[in-house]
Design a protein around this ligand. Structure first.
Ligand SMILES: *[C@@H]1O[C@H](CO)[C@@H](O)[C@H](O)[C@H]1NC(C)=O
Ligand SMILES: *[C@@H]1O[C@H](CO)[C@@H](O)[C@H](O)[C@H]1NC(C)=O
Ligand SMILES: *[C@@H]1O[C@H](CO)[C@@H](O)[C@H](O)[C@H]1NC(C)=O
Ligand SMILES: *[C@@H]1O[C@H](CO)[C@@H](O)[C@H](O)[C@H]1NC(C)=O
Ligand SMILES: *[C@@H]1O[C@H](CO)[C@@H](O)[C@H](O)[C@H]1NC(C)=O
Length: 454
């Protein structure tokens, strides 16, 4: 055969292969596998060999899965359904696939996992569910998959892990929850998964990690919590975990670190605590005293505050200087923020501005004797910036308000103001036009202001 003829023959062979692949899924099959990717299939073909153990249906247009789709293919071990448009998985759809070990459902449109979804998958080991829109996982969903070792749920829309979500996963080793919207992880969430080795919770909105959440995970090897809003991490939970080699806590909101964390961090080979708003003041003295410059993480504590050392490394600041950066709280003002007369039902706004290092927390003691803090909800709220809102005011809201500024190193200072009302009690005025009845309050002025304690 001369050269051009050889090339022509080669091209014809390629065209033939491509042509048949597009035309018919079953023609791609051997006795044990079919590769039906990118064929615009809208359902699972029913004319394939029933002996197949491998079925690849990636990049098609399938929207719904039902039990009848798979009842012919009971030998399947590896089923690829990723990159379809699956939004509906009917009850017990995989019921006949007791030999399945890998199920690829990533890059679809699944919004929720129900407890009957994986019934029958008693041998499933790897479950890929990333890149969906999953916002809800019913309790018990994984009770039917006791052999699962890897569960990939990254890039979904989970907002909380409710505590029974992972029951049944006694063999789970990898749990990937990267890039969801998780804010809260209940205390016992990982109790059902004692074999967990790789836990990825990066890119969520987690604010705190409860102590004991990780303490039972004695085989934990890699923990990734980067890019969350974690203010405190229970380092002591890692004391008993000998296996841990990677801990990522970078891009969080940690401000101080206890001295006990030093020995724990120095026993972990890959630590990242970069990009946290570290407060280099007297609270860091104990940790600083332990630092020797031996470990890479020691260079990752870059001071965010106080302003005078912003951008400096903690290790470059002497313990004496750290001591001097704490400052008693001072209440620089405590007053009503506007002077308009108040009508019953209005909001009373007070401002208590306090300075100090570390930044003091504000507690407002109301005329009723109750306290309000930044954690309060409802009628009275306190903003971190010191704005105090008393909504829906009534006569009972008059009296003495005390603002107390306390910082975490134990200093306290209080200032009170008295809110006076006319005596005899306020006159009622009729709102003529809209027909409502209201109480007019005079502006809160002539505020008596005095320090109660220092
Ligand atoms: C499932 O796997 C077992 C063990 O390999 C095998 O004996 C059995 O025939 C398989 N079942 C089906 C329906 O292929
Ligand atoms: C940790 O892993 C080892 C084997 O790597 C296993 O024998 C042991 O049971 C595991 N421990 C726990 C608490 O799961
Ligand atoms: C967590 O997942 C992200 C995204 O897949 C990855 O970049 C990161 O390396 C993972 N972390 C660990 C510790 O495996
Ligand atoms: C209110 O707060 C003050 C100052 O922090 C505290 O002394 C007092 O015991 C608190 N009262 C109540 C009822 O919690
Ligand atoms: C304090 O925060 C509140 C609520 O976030 C806001 O409305 C107010 O303008 C802030 N005040 C100052 C002085 O920043």
């Amino acid at each position: 055969m001369d050269k051009p003829a050889g090339v022509l023959m080669f091209l014809l062979v390629i065209l033939k292969v491509l042509g048949t692949a597009e035309a018919d899924c079953s023609s791609t099959c051997s006795a044990t596998s079919c590769t039906c990717t990118g064929q615009d299939l809208t359902s699972v073909p029913q004319d394939l060999p029933t002996t197949i153990t491998w079925l690849d249906l990636r990049r098609n247009q399938i929207t719904t899965l039902s039990q009848s789709d798979f009842s012919r293919y009971r030998s399947l071990e590896d089923l690829r359904l990723d990159y379809n448009s699956i939004s509906t998985i009917n009850s017990q759809a995989f019921y006949h696939l007791s030999n399945l070990t890998e199920l690829w459902l990533d890059s679809n449109r699944i919004t929720a996992l129900r407890s009957d979804m994986f019934t029958g998958l008693g041998n499933l080991q790897y479950l890929y569910l990333f890149h969906n829109s999953i916002s809800d996982i019913q309790d018990g969903t994984f009770n039917s998959t006791p052999q699962l070792t890897r569960l990939y749920l990254s890039n979904n829309r989970l907002t909380k892990l409710r505590a029974n979500m992972f029951t049944g996963l006694g063999n789970l080793q990898t749990l990937d929850l990267y890039d969801n919207d998780i804010t809260v992880i209940p205390d016992h969430t990982f109790n059902p998964t004692p074999q967990l080795k790789f836990l990825n919770l990066s890119n969520n909105h987690i604010q705190s990690i409860a102590s004991n959440l990780l303490a039972n995970l004695l085989n934990l090897t890699e923990v990734s919590l980067s890019d969350n809003s974690i203010t405190a991490f229970p380092f002591e939970d890692l004391l008993n975990i000998q296996t841990i080699v990677t801990l990522h806590l970078d891009k969080n909101q940690m401000t101080t670190i206890p001295s006990t964390a030093y020995d724990i961090l120095s026993s972990i080979s890959e630590v990242n605590i970069d990009n946290n708003p570290w407060q280099c003041d007297c609270r860091m003295v104990e940790f600083r005293l332990k630092m020797t410059g031996t470990y890479p993480f020691e260079n990752q504590i870059i001071c965010f505050q106080p302003d005078s050392v912003h951008g400096q490394k903690l290790i470059d600041i002497s313990p004496e200087d750290l001591m001097s950066y704490c400052e008693e709280p001072t209440i620089v003002r405590f007053e009503q923020s506007e002077d308009n007369p108040l009508i019953e039902g209005d909001s009373l706004r007070l401002v208590c501005e306090a300075t100090g290092i570390p930044t003091p927390d504000i507690t407002v003691t109301l005329p009723s004797g109750l306290n309000a803090t930044v954690d309060s909800v409802g009628k009275v709220t306190v903003d971190v910036n010191g704005t105090i809102m008393i909504r829906d005011v009534t006569v009972e809201d008059s009296g003495q308000y005390v603002c107390t500024a306390t910082n975490s190193v134990g200093f306290t200072r209080s200032v009170s103001i008295d809110v006076f009302y006319p005596n005899p009690p306020p006159t009622f005025s009729l709102g003529v036009i809209v027909g409502t009845v209201g109480v007019s309050f005079p502006p809160i002025r002539d505020l008596r202001r005095h320090a109660i304690s220092s």
